[in-house]
Design a protein. Structure first.
Length: 606
């Protein structure tokens, strides 16, 4: 089942042999893929499911609203989406459409993101601005406030507060709200734990917070101080660090209120709400959204009640949770590298070495009753034949025949033992790992796997009624040895033994909607895959916003090459070359022109 019950969140289901979108008419991923490819598109596909963005937004707000009601909490809940997670229009447009009824806003961490937030965020919905800021970026925050935006500039250091004071003194624009990011002792867990703690890149220490309070008072800006913010790390795998951070931040909030920060009404707990990527029960995150919301609201209520402070409004910036599940990467499998080990590749002689003849008999007579014994005999014969080759008693063709026969015997035995595996058969599956070449780039489409060893759920689109028995390595088509997802016995991937000459085989990578597109790189000049939004309806589905992967010419232009000059150079060189046939020269020129206006992925699949 490929752990779909662990990571799938009921977004996808396996029905007989295929994986389906678990929504309304429930189309299969295979039929969607084949429909897009029927238009001549090749290479990887990124399928977007907007209804899953809506589901996550609804779930986030409903859980916090429930927790607020159950705990008799007096503050309100608000959220912003951090643009760094995914800035692409097909994502942001849906976030705004589904989030507007809740007042869902955006978070910016750069000048370009701030402009995007100012254009996209409905007036009244919150904008928060994190990250390091210069005077120009701070001035842009004043301009946003002048437009009527509910914007909060969260200072990362005293120098930023000084810049806010300077801008306010030199212009007559509306002053935005001011937030202070806390440098907590508490930190998160996992890969991104360094986002929190005293060694964090961002935030003010206790001493700096007190200095900021004095600056705000001196410059009559205390009434603009409305928010404190903290972040202890993305993808929090455990809930206990959050509880600790809430106690620390909650007490700082209460102390600041008692020091005279009367307009301080908001605690922004940052992001970090985890997404389930694991396909194994052993590696799951240890909390649910329900528990997350309960702990936030209950912890803050208890602190404020004990201090006699009014309950603050709660803000979150959980971007991964909102968009990770909405995107699925589909990659065709181009080749299996065990194809060398097929019966048709055998080259028998009129007289073969006795051990080769014995392997032939083992392969021919293999059945469910004798497969274990015959498998042991084949492995023993293989060692003997390799020794004979090293000593010069058999030739290269004999060695090839032995490799093919042993491989076939092992493969057949593992298939026959699939319903009752043994420790030995499992070890052999890993030893005879299959290499699946996928038409895609890990660096472009799954950069967190390459950079952080972040695993993503992966499974084939069909044949799910057949037990997969091939331990699988996945090779991408880049000319880089790091372009590989290796078999991991702790999180094993098994795929099917497939005849690609007669049928197609596709793999789907799930939960790839967060960060992968924004971090994807042009390694080998592979660009974004073809993307498409799939709108699932009661009666079927429709494809919208289909954008094919950039053509080779577009890719070269994007890195500032003069493609007109390049095309002229190619044409001139071809014209000067020696062709015996004028038509062949003309056809070659047309063929080259055609190739330049196709995407850069391989087109060898049917």
């Amino acid at each position: 089942m490929y752990g779909v019950e662990i990571w799938g969140d009921e977004n996808f289901v396996i029905d007989n042999e295929t994986v389906k979108v678990n929504h309304l008419s429930a189309p299969t991923l295979l039929e969607i893929t084949q429909k897009i490819r029927s238009g001549g598109i090749r290479g990887p596909l990124l399928l977007r499911f907007p209804h899953l963005i809506q589901k996550q937004i609804d779930s986030l707000y409903s859980n916090f609203h429930r927790a607020i009601a159950e705990n008799h909490y007096q503050g309100s809940f608000h959220a912003v989406f951090p643009l760094k997670v995914n800035q692409f229009p097909n994502v942001i447009d849906n976030i705004i459409a589904y989030g507007t009824p809740y007042g869902y806003g955006l978070e910016a961490g750069s000048k370009a993101e701030l402009i995007l937030a100012m254009c996209q965020t409905p007036i009244g919905s919150p904008i928060t601005v994190n990250g390091f800021k210069d005077t120009e970026m701070i001035t842009m925050g004043f301009i946003a406030a002048q437009m009527g935006h509910n914007i909060t500039l969260i200072i990362e250091g005293i120098n930023e507060l000084e810049s806010i004071i300077e801008v306010q003194s030199t212009c007559k624009l509306a002053t935005p709200s001011i937030g202070i990011r806390l440098r907590l002792h508490s930190s998160g867990s996992g890969t991104w734990a360094k986002s929190g703690g005293m060694r964090s890149k961002f935030g003010l220490t206790t001493t700096e917070i007190l200095e900021a309070m004095q600056l705000l008072k001196t410059n009559n800006l205390l009434e603009n101080f409305t928010m404190i913010h903290f972040h202890i790390g993305s993808q929090m795998e455990e809930i206990s660090p959050l509880k600790k951070a809430l106690r620390e931040a909650g007490n700082i909030y209460a102390e600041l209120k008692m020091m005279g920060a009367e307009k301080l009404t908001n605690i922004n707990i940052g992001g970090g709400l985890a997404v389930e990527y694991s396909q194994s029960k052993k590696e799951r995150k240890n909390y649910s959204l329900n528990e997350f919301a309960n702990d936030v609201i209950f912890s803050l209520r208890e602190i404020m009640n004990s201090k006699g402070v009014k309950h603050p409004n709660v803000y979150t910036e959980s971007g991964r949770f909102i968009v990770a599940s909405h995107a699925t990467l589909i990659t065709p499998v181009l080749e299996l590298f065990s194809h060398d080990y097929q019966e048709h590749s055998l080259r028998f002689k009129e007289k073969n070495p006795p051990l080769i003849d014995e392997l032939r008999d083992l392969n021919r007579l293999l059945n469910a009753k004798n497969c274990i014994e015959f498998m042991h005999d084949a492995l023993d014969h293989q060692e003997s034949l390799l020794t004979l080759f090293d000593l010069g008693y058999i030739d290269l063709e004999d060695r090839s025949n032995s490799e093919i026969l042993v491989h076939l015997i092992i493969k057949k035995s593992l298939y026959l033992m699939a319903s009752n595996p043994t420790n030995e058969s499992i070890r052999l599956e890993e030893r005879f790992v299959e290499h699946f070449l996928i038409n895609g780039s890990i660096f472009q489409s799954l950069p967190d796997y390459w950079g952080l060893h972040q695993k993503f759920p992966v499974m084939p689109l069909h044949k799910l009624h057949i037990k997969p028995i091939r331990a699988a390595n996945l090779w991408d088509i880049t000319c880089d040895s790091d372009g590989e997802i290796t078999f991991d016995s702790k999180a094993p991937l098994y795929l099917h033994d497939i005849d690609l000459d007669n049928e197609e085989y596709f793999l789907a990578f799930f939960n790839v909607g967060a960060y992968q597109e924004t971090l994807g790189m042009h390694h080998n000049l592979f660009d974004k895959p073809t993307e498409c939004s799939v709108i699932v309806t009661e009666n079927g589905y429709r494809l919208e916003k289909l954008h094919e992967s950039p053509h080779i010419i577009e890719i070269l232009e994007s890195i500032q090459y003069n493609t007109r000059s390049m095309i002229e150079t190619l044409k001139n060189n071809l014209q000067k070359s020696d062709f015996s046939d004028a038509k062949e020269k003309s056809d070659t020129l047309l063929k080259l022109e055609h190739y330049l206006h196709q995407n850069g992925y391989l087109r060898t699949t049917k």
